[in-house]
Design a protein around this ligand. Structure first.
Ligand code: ZN
Length: 150
């Protein structure tokens, strides 16, 4: 479900990571509208998630969430858990220890080298530049209807 431009960029990032003996673990990529609604139900905070009616760049197939692994597949310390909705998840937060800062910088360099840009509040999220210019993809897994939550 990744857009072909993002697929090429991700391959470049994978190749760059291998130069340093590192690997990338994809944690989230294409996200159907229903999943976006579930996330919004849990965390209706526009600072950390796009309101579902607006359409997420994950739904455009141009955003990807990743973790950095060592050559043996072990997750590197990056300061917070994936999807931790807290200020320490901001890429250059002052309270994050130096080893995690270095790992975040490595992840940023790897993804930037591939052609992605990061965002100021989530160390794990990268997307193509001008991501909102890509069209929203149709929901391919919409057989389950969203329940109304009030
Ligand atoms: Zn993301």
């Amino acid at each position: 479900m990744l857009h072909p431009v993002a697929t090429s960029a991700l391959q470049r990032s994978i190749d760059i990571a291998q130069l340093a003996g590192l690997r990338l673990l994809i944690l989230d990529a294409y996200r159907q509208q229903q999943a976006q609604w579930h996330l919004w139900d849990v965390c209706p905070d526009a600072n950390y998630d796009v309101p579902p009616a607006q359409g997420s760049n994950h739904r455009r197939g141009v955003a990807i969430d990743l973790m950095l692994l060592d050559e043996d597949g072990r997750e590197l310390d990056i300061g917070t858990a994936f999807d931790a909705m807290e200020s320490q998840s901001h890429p250059f937060h002052l309270d994050v220890a130096q080893p995690a800062q270095r790992n975040r910088l490595m992840l940023n360099a790897i993804m930037l080298g591939g052609g992605f840009v990061g965002m100021p509040i989530e160390w794990w999220h990268f997307e193509l530049p001008a991501a909102t210019t890509y069209p929203l993809l149709p929901d391919h897994f919409s057989c389950v209807k969203r329940k109304n939550v009030s």
